[in-house]
Design a protein around this ligand. Structure first.
Ligand code: ATP
Length: 495
């Protein structure tokens, strides 16, 4: 992971936000290549959902429209949705270091001594061994087992647990619930009446607009409303690079259907979404489909079919997996709650059956920021045999640059032809024109940023208008006519 983070900074994918001021924990900026990669993922999702939605069970394309709602909504929204009352994580504070930890992310190592050092569940064994040594405890982990601390565990063991950053037991407080929503004040006065929240999920903006969409378009249940945008969560322990940050982007779609069809649609969306992640380059071996355990169910899903997650094997979760997308059955919870809190009717009148009902919702909710991380982790390929030592194996459809145009030398005859090709291609594809340095160095740079194809202009180009295409993964080269380059790339973008 350290190497991946270093490459992201070196080549301009992701920077720490406010870097010159020492950063701000949980906030990240996307650089010139990162923003292209993120936009590609965003656009592919939008296309798969809104522009070319999948073919439904009846053989016709399903119906999905998009919206873009405000980040700050009337605060009643978050009372109705349950976020003011219930969007919280159990936390313990360390009295000594004043650091705060997610109680449900702490593990203890159990052996037969009465000392129970506590660690984060994703800390590497080698780091734990170092720590144990420093504490004068075991030299290796033989005989120890990791156990997740549930809240009752913590309460029972508080005086024995040694917090992750101290060397004596008993510094952790009892777990307390901590609300994850950021708040602000709307207008000139900063009092409780003006308090508003930054949205912790994009979904509620969709529910608030359910009636507007039904009344202003021709959609009929079953149909979906999709939205991509920023969400904010004051995560207790932001960690693992951009995996868990405090400002991130989500791609969510709320699928409104009849209660009796919810199971069928949940299975449908689960398959569609898994298929989509594979189509943009995530390998089956790194993906896992996992239904939630009953004790993980969200407040809105208690009554329904639950949630199934699509998980990815990130380097820091390996051999385990981390959530990439959840496909939840939200029942009619949100529309019913908004009807109750707003006093407005949120039900649906079926124009054919002349029957009123409140639709159930299946929600495929994916992380755009987390998706970018999965794409980078998947693409990162070590190859000692090439000058860069590493290349990013992006699928051409997500690669930030689709091709580089490289005149073999900076000679007068090569450069104008390269420029001509570059100007033609850039109308359709993001491409690089790179003239300086020797060709090996230029290939190495393109390998490291994951450009799938390099087109080289040389003396033969002058003679017969052919260029060399170099394939990033195989490094194999072939010659094609300059007129065929755009067709060649178009073909390669297909998934
Ligand atoms: P987690 O269990 O990891 O906290 P969650 O179950 O709370 O996630 P959801 O509320 O279902 O997440 O949000 C949908 C998606 O948004 C997640 O699958 C994930 O990809 C993304 N996401 C959620 N929280 C964060 C975060 N703090 N940073 C980056 N992405 C996030």
């Amino acid at each position: 992971m350290k190497d991946i983070v270093a490459l992201c900074k070196r080549r301009g994918f992701v920077f720490a936000a406010s870097d010159i001021y020492g950063g701000l924990n949980g906030f990240w900026d996307f650089g010139p290549l990162g923003v292209e990669l993120k936009n590609n993922l965003r656009d592919l999702w939008w296309k798969a959902m809104v522009i070319t939605p999948p073919i439904g069970p009846d053989g016709n394309p399903v119906e999905i429209v998009g919206i873009d709602s405000a980040i700050i909504q009337n605060p009643k929204t978050w009372e109705a949705s349950g976020h003011v009352g219930g969007f919280s994580d159990p936390m313990v504070d360390c009295r000594e270091t004043k650091k705060r930890y997610r109680a449900d992310h702490l593990v203890v190592l159990k052996n037969d001594t009465d000392k129970w050092p506590a660690f984060f569940e994703d800390v590497e064994d080698t780091d734990i061994e170092k720590r144990l040594k420093k504490l004068g405890l075991a030299q290796d982990l033989t005989g120890y087992e990791r156990h997740n601390l549930t809240e009752p565990d913590i309460l029972a063991a508080l005086d024995k647990v040694i917090g992750p950053d101290v060397d004596k037991a008993g510094t952790l407080t009892e777990p307390q619930q901590f609300n994850l929503m950021f708040h602000t004040f709307v207008g000139a006065t900063a009092n409780e009446d003006n308090k508003a929240y930054l949205r912790p999920e994009t979904a509620q903006g969709i529910f608030l607009n359910f009636k507007n969409v039904v009344d202003s378009t021709r959609v009929r249940v079953p149909f979906g409303i999709a939205q991509i945008g920023k969400a904010f969560r004051n995560e207790v322990t932001p960690r693992n690079f951009i995996f868990r940050s405090r400002e991130f982007e989500q791609m969510e779609m709320e699928w409104f259907c009849r209660a009796e069809e919810a199971k069928m649609w949940q299975e449908f969306w689960f398959e569609e979404r898994a298929h989509w992640w594979k189509s943009i380059g995530l390998s089956s071996a790194n993906l896992q489909m996992r239904p939630h355990e009953s004790d993980e169910l969200a407040h809105y899903a208690k009554e329904g079919l639950g949630t199934s997650d699509i998980e990815y094997k990130f380097p820091f979760t390996d051999p385990d997996f981390g959530e990439l997308e959840g496909i939840a059955h939200r029942c009619d919870f949100d529309l019913t709650q908004h009807q109750k809190f707003s006093g407005q009717k949120m039900d649906y009148l079926d124009p054919v059956a002349q029957e009123r009902f409140t639709p159930h919702v299946i929600e495929p909710a994916a992380g755009l920021t987390r998706g970018v991380l999965a794409l980078i982790c998947e693409a990162y390929t070590v190859d000692e045999s090439r000058p860069s030592g590493v290349y990013l194996n992006f699928h051409p459809s997500v690669a930030p640059k689709k091709a580089a145009i490289l005149p073999l030398t900076a000679k007068e005859e090569h450069v104008p032809l390269a420029q001509k090709l570059y100007l033609e291609l850039r109308e359709e594809f993001p491409v690089d024109l790179d003239i300086k340095q020797n060709i090996g160095k230029r290939y190495a740079r393109q390998d490291e940023i994951g450009t799938p194809y390099c087109f080289t202009i040389d003396n033969d180009t002058i003679a017969d208008q052919t260029v060399t295409v170099r394939d990033r993964n195989t490094m194999a080269q072939e010659r094609i006519h300059m007129d065929k380059v755009a067709d060649y790339l178009r073909e390669k973008m297909k998934r």
